[in-house]
Write a protein that binds this ligand. Structure first.
Ligand code: SF4
Length: 447
């Protein structure tokens, strides 16, 4: 049940959004002036000042906000209500209460794999490890969402496998939980006219399409013709005024391509509203450690993404280099967790070690399981936020946590020991440390 305060907040936000809706360019500054006039001086002072600056300077963030007003109204309403209000304001308050009460991490988002099935076979994809015959049933996912909402979680992100193999169930889940926002990583090949109409109808489903650069770089990893199919999917989404983003994994081979100005412009022109960058992770016995970026390559990625973030109208996250904004590693339920298609509850999509399965325990039990509590007790894993990960930059932490908690590997086809995994990342961590320390100190001096 929503409290009176939440209902009032929800009502005020709805009214404010309705006001902006008619003419965003004219009404946004007016709304901001009203908020400033009637709010206590210290109420979200820094956030208000950031929003004011965006409106006054009409910079790239302002252009991005205006792009939200080009979307279908039903989708925009769901985004504001579910993502901004339910997941971020109301949800965070419930999560904080639950954390305090239960003494464990409580996440902002839950990632889950509806299926391990995929219609593609990309080099280095972790999903390939789970086998191809596993599924979470509609009832499993529905139960996870119901339990999540009790803890204040309104954000659900599908990974896989290719989640859209289960698109009928995913749409049913959007209908069953109209107060949640759903985002799905996808290879984009199953997005068609009929599915666009379904997304428009439910309003709360946003795809994040995988793209690894321009045609040559993308198709060398994802297969011939993949780039063309993504291009078609983006055109279809744009024509239907649907929001979408791009998900990119950068490696030693494609980092120049995916962080070039031309690639940023291509994503913006194609209609993407956000781009999430992931550092290649050498997970699994068949991983390709040579794809790990060299220190100077990762430093270049860090610089370029930051530069484009302040100049291009697209919201970018560079997961391995942006930890400073979220206080380090976000896994282990601190901000998110991952449930694979077999139901194993893992701290992170890249950390395939677990003590529990969601078919045998509650979500709260999983958050209190040994490896989750080890994350809870040890985060952050490093004071240098450019070295946040217990696997990639601090492999001694993951080795110890897995051994001490007795967590088992969840790769059923080819189980990988934590020593095998961390032996691959230890030399990387040693090479990256001096560059990371120099960059981190440079950033602190500028701040
Ligand atoms: S475990 Fe590593 S990859 Fe996963 S969220 Fe933490 S820092 Fe990121």
């Amino acid at each position: 049940m929503e409290s009176i305060k939440e209902q009032m907040q929800g009502f005020a936000i709805k009214q404010a959004l309705k006001y902006v809706e008619g003419n965003p360019e004219e009404n946004l500054p007016k709304l901001m002036a009203l908020v400033d006039r009637f709010s206590p001086a210290d109420w979200y002072a820094s956030q208000r000042s950031a929003v004011r600056e965006v409106i006054e300077k009409k910079n790239n963030w302002y252009q991005l906000i205006l792009k939200l007003y080009e979307l279908s109204p039903n989708v925009r309403r769901a985004f504001f209500q579910n993502f901004l209000f339910n997941a971020s304001l109301k949800g965070s308050a419930i999560q904080n209460e639950a954390k305090e009460r239960e003494g464990c991490n409580v996440p902002w988002a839950i990632l889950l794999d509806p299926t391990s099935a995929c219609n593609m076979h990309c080099t280095g994809c972790w999903a390939a490890e789970y086998g191809h015959l596993l599924n979470l049933s509609y009832e499993d996912i529905d139960s996870i969402i119901r339990q999540g909402k009790e803890l204040g979680v309104y954000m659900y992100i599908y990974t896989g496998g290719e989640p859209l193999v289960r698109k009928a169930d995913l749409i049913r889940l959007c209908e069953a939980h109209p107060d949640c926002e759903f985002l799905s990583f996808t290879n984009g090949t199953l997005i068609d006219e009929a599915f666009c109409n379904e997304m428009l109808r439910v309003g709360n489903f946003v795809p994040a399409i995988s793209l690894e650069g321009f045609e040559e770089a993308n198709d060398s990893r994802r297969g011939e013709g993949a780039f063309g199919k993504v291009k078609d999917a983006m055109a279809l989404l744009k024509a239907h005024r649907l929001p979408f983003g791009i998900s990119t994994c950068y490696t030693s081979r494609n980092f120049e391509d995916v962080t070039s100005e031309a690639f940023f412009d291509y994503m913006v022109d194609s209609g993407a509203l956000f781009a999430w960058f992931f550092h290649y992770m050498p997970v699994g016995n068949d991983a390709a450690p040579e794809l790990l970026p060299a220190p100077e390559q990762r430093a270049e990625v860090y610089r370029r993404i930051r530069a484009f973030r302040s100049s291009k109208p697209i919201f970018t996250l560079d997961f391995q280099n942006d930890a400073e904004y979220v206080g380090g590693c976000i896994a282990g339920g601190r901000n998110y967790l991952h449930i694979n298609a077999k139901g194993d509850v893992e701290p992170c999509v890249f950390i395939h070690y677990s003590n529990v399965n969601i078919h045998d325990c509650t979500l709260l039990d999983a958050l209190k399981s040994p490896i989750f509590m080890a994350y809870h007790d040890e985060q952050p894993f490093n004071g240098n936020m450019l070295r946040p990960c217990p696997m990639l930059e601090n492999p001694e932490c993951l080795r110890r946590m897995v051994k001490e908690t007795g967590a088992v590997n969840t790769d059923y086809q080819s189980p990988e020991s934590v020593d095998h995994l961390c032996d691959k990342t230890t030399p990387y961590a040693e090479r990256w440390k001096p560059t990371a320390d120099a960059l981190w100190n440079e950033g602190r001096k500028r701040a």
